[in-house]
Design a protein. Structure first.
Length: 316
C-alpha cells in the first residue's frame, strides 16, 4: 500500500514552535530553543514529510530552518502574507498558534511551495550586513528629520547621533565591499552587475543577497518574483488598471533608485524611458517599466556571464 503523503507546518514565535501535520491534523508544541528544535527535527525525520513550511518571522525561524536543512528535511520559508491570504480563501479567519500551524500545514500540502536550499555561511554574513546597512540608513533618515524640527537644547545630541550613524554606515559599507571582493563567486557577479550604468556597490550587494535567483529564471519569472510585473485586474467586461505589487520590497526599492540613475546615465534605459514618455506614458509608469527592463538585462547578464554593452542589451 502506498504511503500517504504528509506535510508539516510550523508556526514560529520567539519562545515556541507549534507544529501541525496535514492531512492528519496532529498538533505538537515545542520550545523555540536548542532542545525544542532537536525534538522537532527528530519527529520530522521519523515522519518523513514531503515538505515542511515555516513563515518568515524576522529571523526567529532561521535556527529551525537551518537545523532542518542540515538534517536534509525539505523546508520552505514563505511570506506570511501568502499564508494569511490562503487562510482567508479557505475560510480560516480565527487565529491562534495552533490554528496558524494547521493553516501553514494545509498551505504546504495544497500550494506546495518549492523547498529552497539554505544559504551558505558567507551568504548569510553578507545578507546580515546588507540588513544592518538598511537599518542604519533608516535611523539616519529619521534622525535628520528630527533635527530639522528639534528644539535647540537637543539638537547637539541628535547631531552627535547622526555623526555616529554616518561613521557606522561607512564601516558597514567597507565591510560589505571587502566581503564581496574576498569571494571569487561574489566578486565575479558583482563585477558583472556593476558594469551596468546605474548599478552601484550597494544595489549590487542587495541583488546578490536578496535575489539569489537572479540569472536562473526567465524574464517573466524574475519580474514576478521581484514584483515589477504588471498584474491584470479584469472582471467580466471591466478592464482594470494594470498594477505591480507584492514581491521583494527591498530589491524593488534598490531597483527604483537604480532606474532613476539609469534614466540619466544609462543610454539604453534613458532611450527607453524617453520613448515611453513621448508615447504618453505617465512618468511613474515609465519608470516602473525601466525597473523591469533593467532587471531583465541584469538577469540575462548573470545567466550568460556577460558584461554590459550598449549594443548587446539595447533590445533586451
Amino acid at each position: 500500500m502506498e504511503k500517504e503523503q504528509v506535510y508539516a507546518g510550523v508556526d514560529v514565535s520567539k519562545d515556541n514552535l507549534d507544529m501541525a501535520i496535514y492531512p492528519t491534523k496532529q498538533h505538537f508544541s515545542f520550545t523555540n530553543d536548542n532542545k525544542g528544535i532537536a525534538k522537532v527535527v527528530t519527529h520530522l525525520k521519523e515522519l518523513g514529510p514531503e515538505l515542511v513550511v515555516l513563515e518568515a518571522t524576522g529571523g526567529f525561524e532561521m535556527p529551525l530552518a537551518a537545523a532542518l536543512g542540515v538534517a536534509r528535511v525539505p523546508v520552505a520559508v514563505v511570506n506570511p502574507r501568502h499564508v494569511r491570504d490562503f487562510a482567508k480563501a479557505t475560510g480560516r479567519l480565527a487565529k491562534t498558534d495552533a490554528l496558524d500551524a494547521q493553516v501553514i500545514a494545509h498551505f504546504a500540502g495544497t500550494v506546495c511551495p518549492p523547498p529552497r536550499p539554505l544559504p551558505d555561511a558567507q551568504s548569510e554574513e553578507l545578507e546580515a550586513m546588507v540588513t544592518r546597512r538598511h537599518q542604519l540608513m533608516e535611523m539616519l533618515v529619521a534622525e535628520k528629520n528630527r533635527l530639522s524640527t528639534a528644539p535647540k537644547t537637543v539638537r547637539k545630541y541628535i547631531q552627535a547621533h547622526i555623526t555616529w550613524l554616518e561613521k557606522e554606515l561607512g564601516k558597514i559599507e567597507d565591510d560589505l565591499s571587502r566581503t564581496i571582493q574576498e569571494s571569487p563567486i561574489w566578486r565575479e557577479k558583482d563585477n558583472l552587475l556593476q558594469s551596468t550604468p546605474g548599478i552601484g556597490p550597494t544595489v549590487s550587494a542587495v541583488l546578490l543577497t536578496e535575489l539569489p535567483e537572479l540569472g536562473t529564471l526567465n524574464r517573466r519569472q524574475i519580474a514576478a518574483l521581484v514584483g515589477v510585473a504588471p498584474l491584470n485586474r479584469d472582471s467580466g467586461t471591466l478592464r482594470g488598471k494594470r498594477t505591480v505589487w507584492g514581491g521583494r520590497a527591498r530589491v524593488r526599492a534598490a531597483l527604483y533608485m537604480s532606474a532613476l540613475v539609469a534614466t540619466r546615465h544609462n543610454p539604453v534605459i534613458r532611450a527607453f524611458y524617453q520613448r515611453l514618455c513621448v508615447a504618453g506614458k505617465a512618468k511613474k509608469v515609465a519608470l516602473t517599466a525601466c525597473m523591469r527592463k533593467l532587471l531583465t538585462i541584469l538577469n540575462s547578464m548573470l545567466k550568460h556571464n556577460a558584461f554590459w554593452t550598449n549594443n548587446l542589451f539595447s533590445n533586451a
